[in-house]
Design a protein around this ligand. Structure first.
Ligand SMILES: [Zn+2]
Length: 394
């Protein structure tokens, strides 16, 4: 009792919050403005209390939309987990405008700026606490803003969802061939169902991962809550590519149909409203002028109707990654989509501060297809330069 009185005297604000939550350390301080159990379409904010100098009783506004129409599957569509990954944020903005209650059976919850402070700053991590949301699950309701967001997402949103689609990209530092990521389920029949779900999205490739033992991802949160999780890596490079955005929009529509939400949504709606743009010219222009300048194979091999086969690849060893060991300017020697072998030169790291010095040469330590590469030329020791993936066992 003495301790409680002392705490009350020293930290009255925090103490009242603890009292209000009946001393429960598991109660989220986040207030959801909309009723997630209500039928219909509702927009609002998750209010994350944030008491700072300029705003004593302020809160951080994390936008959320719920669309509910009777019984059916519940899906959480999330983007902005990393704030510098923009394709998913744009696609979910489109969906929150386009989908009407009568279009669906069940419930769609849209969270386009999951780590809002990071998304608003256009940064991978939160400027408030350096928190990386996708390394923060299951979170902590008494922790930093990122930890509180992680806790709310897992305990309130993922908990009620049957499916989670977490839309990422390579962000500021990486560019991906559009990929669906899936952790291999220990139950073979569930794994087969998950593979069919991945195929339904129609991305050119899927990357399969063994269970890692790391439990801090959004997919870990889903696993703990009996929720089927797929993560997307759309493209990245800190920009938006029309071809990749089109693939994402189609993929979302097909995914929602596959899981039984039965959405009546045009696959192209909201993405290319310029009638002078044919689909083909949009794709071609993206290949020649956009970030996919260096990835023509990745897109050309993909049927632009999205009917191309998804290639299943696996990332299983540390040798799948090529890292910088020096600091300087990175000159890549291979491109996205290239097949590489162990010992093949991967690139140079030049040191213009010592122009008479020979550049460091880097080599691949494994065999496979280049599925992601670093975008900025300036690198430091420890930076990831390439990710390669081998054929998945069928
Ligand atoms: Zn990400």
């Amino acid at each position: 009792m003495l301790l409680l009185e002392k705490l009350n005297r020293r930290f009255p604000e925090q103490f009242s919050r603890i009292q209000n939550s009946n001393m429960s350390t598991n109660q989220s301080p986040v207030f959801c403005e909309i009723d997630l159990d209500a039928e219909g379409k509702h927009h609002g904010y998750l209010r994350l209390p944030h008491s700072v100098h300029r705003s004593a009783y302020g809160w951080i506004p994390i936008p959320i939309t719920s669309i509910k129409n009777g019984e059916g599957p519940v899906v959480l569509l999330m983007a902005g987990n990393h704030g510098d990954e923009y394709e998913g944020q744009i696609a979910l903005c489109s969906l929150s405008k386009e989908i009407a209650q009568q279009d669906i059976n069940g419930q769609i919850i849209l969270l386009p700026m999951a780590n809002f402070p990071a998304a608003k700053a256009g940064m991978r991590t939160s400027p408030l606490d350096d928190g990386n949301l996708n390394r923060s699950f299951p979170g902590n309701p008494m922790g930093t803003p990122t930890q509180i967001i992680a806790h709310f997402i897992e305990s309130e949103l993922v908990k009620r969802a049957d499916y989670l689609l977490d839309i990422h990209s390579g962000g500021s530092s990486l560019l991906y061939i559009p990929s669906a990521l899936l952790t291999i389920d220990s139950d073979p029949s569930q794994h087969q169902a998950n593979l069919a779900l991945v195929r339904s999205i129609g991305f050119p490739q899927a990357l399969l991962f063994e269970q890692s033992g790391m439990e801090y991802y959004s997919s870990s949160a889903a696993h703990r809550n009996d929720c089927v999780a797929i993560t997307l890596e759309v493209a990245g490079g800190g920009s938006i590519d029309q071809a990749a955005l089109k693939l994402l929009h189609r993929g979302l529509s097909r995914y929602l149909t596959h899981i039984g939400i039965n959405i009546a949504l045009s696959e192209d709606e909201g993405l290319d409203k310029d009638p002078t743009h044919t689909e083909e010219s949009t794709i071609k222009s993206a290949i020649t002028t956009g970030t996919f300048t260096h990835t023509p194979n990745a897109i050309e091999n993909q049927d632009i109707e999205g009917n191309g086969e998804t290639e299943f690849l696996s990332i299983s060893t540390e040798a799948s990654y090529c890292y910088a060991y020096g600091s300087g300017l990175f000159e890549p020697l291979v491109d996205l989509g290239d097949q590489v072998v162990e010992g093949q030169p991967a690139g140079f790291i030049h040191d213009p501060e010592t122009p008479w010095k020979e550049p460091d040469q880097l080599y691949f330590r494994g065999e496979g297809k280049v599925v992601a590469r670093r975008v900025p030329a300036r690198v430091e020791r420890g930076d990831c330069l390439f990710e390669i993936a081998g054929k998945a066992a069928s």
